[in-house]
Design a protein around this ligand. Structure first.
Ligand code: ATP
Length: 514
């Protein structure tokens, strides 16, 4: 098994062992692709949400938040196009009885072909040593060029089949490329069918005519249908944005990679309403602004990249993903889309209500254009877990597992630890903890040796440990231990709150954004 896959498995089990993420309904053998956040997970998740929310609504005068209901009038999903087109192409293997997304099978095949090129490059790099010119090799090596031509051909054919909804050709691509089921190893495939990803349920009793309603597959439509309410009651002037954090539900065909693809998940979405014709300017602005938000966390600039969409949804005129380097490759964490006036236009049409903005500067009314930024809380959580997890060998031959969370996101900010369970040290430690808990999430721990307690805090990513010893009783100082460097310093108890406040405050992160 590839090493990165091992790393990912270790992170998943660490997340469970330390109370970050549990399988939903675990005592009933679990519910596929649904997860619960534990005592540590919920804190990390809340901190991620706060970072996003405050970056949006506090740092921008012209962005306000809402919290719309999960249930919405079913016509909304007709207008948005979800009833007719929120589909994934699925295919079954008759031998393994496993179900796959046809597009994912083909994308994986392209990934394998790219892997072949990378192997050729790695081989040549080894052979030529320091004089190796990778760019030149990729441009001239016949074998690499041959594989690249096949990838390009496949990509074009695949893009055409997807945009024309040509399910027969999707199947033919799978056959032509001899793609086999990873479980059975056979090519005994069914036809490709479309599968709608929305969960449907009923509202009201059947006696008074129950209505089919959907669990929302995105939070954005709740923003669009409240556009007029917010614009009028908030006296908002274009350009302005509406932000929302909330649950979304998708009946994903193949739910894989832990919390990367879930059936119930959370989104943080912001729709920014602009004058027609100015959308691409704001698209570029939000593309840059959102990348800055990610990079401010300091998890490594090289782990992010943009992936501009070549094939756009029919209503979009620009789209990009921010991808993050997960242990299983670069993957989308956030989408930034220029959605034109499609959504508001559709709601105007389907509701019969006028959804327009009177622009006092231009002295005219129009349907605003929209730039959307859409990020999954759970995927963001996964990027933080993956990039902060480290198994570290220590100089004394020991090892430790440490989560290098950005301090502002850490679930617990400090642990208060009496060195011994006697001599009045626990009482003094409690006194200190009781003062600090008004400002920080604090843990008190007196069990086991101090070394073990440090390890436990490292494993949940606590940036600071405060140790109370006999000297504390004499001169009111404590040892402040730093998680990443493991360095210790002596600090006066009365300065602790201010000191920690500076180090762990979300303000530090927010200030980097301006
Ligand atoms: P994908 O191509 O991975 O299915 P998408 O392009 O359908 O994602 P969007 O509809 O743009 O995703 O949703 C915006 C964000 O919501 C994504 O960038 C991702 O972070 C998150 N998201 C989407 N689907 C899921 C899911 N099933 N589980 C967890 N997060 C999700």
């Amino acid at each position: 098994m590839a090493k990165q896959e091992d790393v990912f498995k270790t992170i998943v089990s660490h997340a469970k062992e330390y109370g970050f993420v549990f399988q939903s309904s675990e005592i009933y053998d679990g519910l596929s692709a649904v997860y619960d956040y534990g005592q540590m997970g919920v804190e990390l998740k809340n901190n991620i949400k706060r970072y996003w929310w405050e970056a949006m609504t506090m740092l921008n005068d012209n962005i306000v938040g809402i919290d719309s209901a999960i249930f919405m009038h079913p016509t909304i999903w007709k207008a948005s196009g979800h009833v007719d087109a929120f589909n994934d192409p699925l295919i079954d293997n008759r031998d393994s009885k496993k179900r796959y997304r046809a597009d994912v099978l083909i994308e994986d095949e392209m990934g394998k072909m790219e892997e072949k090129i990378n192997k050729e490059v790695a081989k040549a790099a080894k052979r030529f040593g320091e004089s190796f010119d990778e760019a030149m090799f990729r441009q001239t090596n016949p074998r690499v060029l041959d594989i690249q031509a096949k990838i390009d051909q496949l990509r074009d054919r695949f893009a055409k089949a997807m945009s024309e909804n040509d399910l027969e050709d999707l199947k033919q691509i799978i056959i032509d490329h001899e793609i086999v089921c990873p479980i059975s190893g056979t090519r005994n495939w069914t036809d490709v069918r479309q599968f709608n990803l929305m969960f449907k349920t009923e509202m009201g009793s059947t006696a008074d005519g129950a209505m089919d309603v959907y669990l929302r597959p995105e939070t954005a439509q709740g923003i669009f249908v409240n556009y007029l309410n917010v614009q009028k009651t908030g006296r908002m002037r274009i350009p302005f944005g509406i932000a929302q954090i909330g649950k979304a539900f998708r009946n994903e065909i193949v739910a894989r990679q832990f919390i990367f693809r879930m059936r119930e998940f959370e989104q943080m979405e912001m729709q920014f309403f602009v004058r027609p014709g100015e959308e691409l300017k704001y698209f570029d602005f939000w593309k840059e602004t959102r990348m800055k938000w990610h990079k401010a966390l300091g998890m490594g600039d090289e782990k992010y990249r943009y992936h501009d969409h070549e094939k756009l949804a029919h209503y979009a005129n620009a789209a990009t993903d921010i991808e993050f380097k997960m242990p299983f490759g670069f993957k989308e964490v956030e989408g930034i889309h220029s959605r034109t006036n499609f959504d508001l236009g559709q709601h105007e049409k389907f509701s019969g209500k006028k959804i327009q903005y009177f622009d006092p500067e231009l002295n005219e009314s129009y349907t605003p254009y929209v730039i959307e930024t859409s990020i999954g809380v759970d995927r963001m959580f996964l990027t933080v877990m993956c990039s902060c997890y480290e198994e570290q060998a220590l100089e004394n031959g020991d090892s430790r597992v440490v989560l290098h969370f950005p301090a502002a996101l850490a679930p617990v900010k400090c642990a208060v630890l009496p060195l011994l369970k006697k001599d009045g040290l626990p009482e003094k430690a409690r006194e200190i903890q009781h003062k600090l808990r008004f400002d920080f999430t604090c843990q008190y721990d007196e069990k086991d040796s101090i070394g073990k307690r440090y390890r436990r805090q490292d494993a949940i990513g606590t940036p600071y440990c405060i140790t109370i010893d006999h000297q504390t009783l004499e001169d009111n100082t404590v040892t402040l231990r730093h998680r990443d460097s493991m360095e210790q310093e002596r600090v006066d108890v009365d300065t602790l709150a201010q000191r920690l406040g500076q180090e762990v405050s979300l303000n530090n992160l927010l200030r980097k954004l301006l």
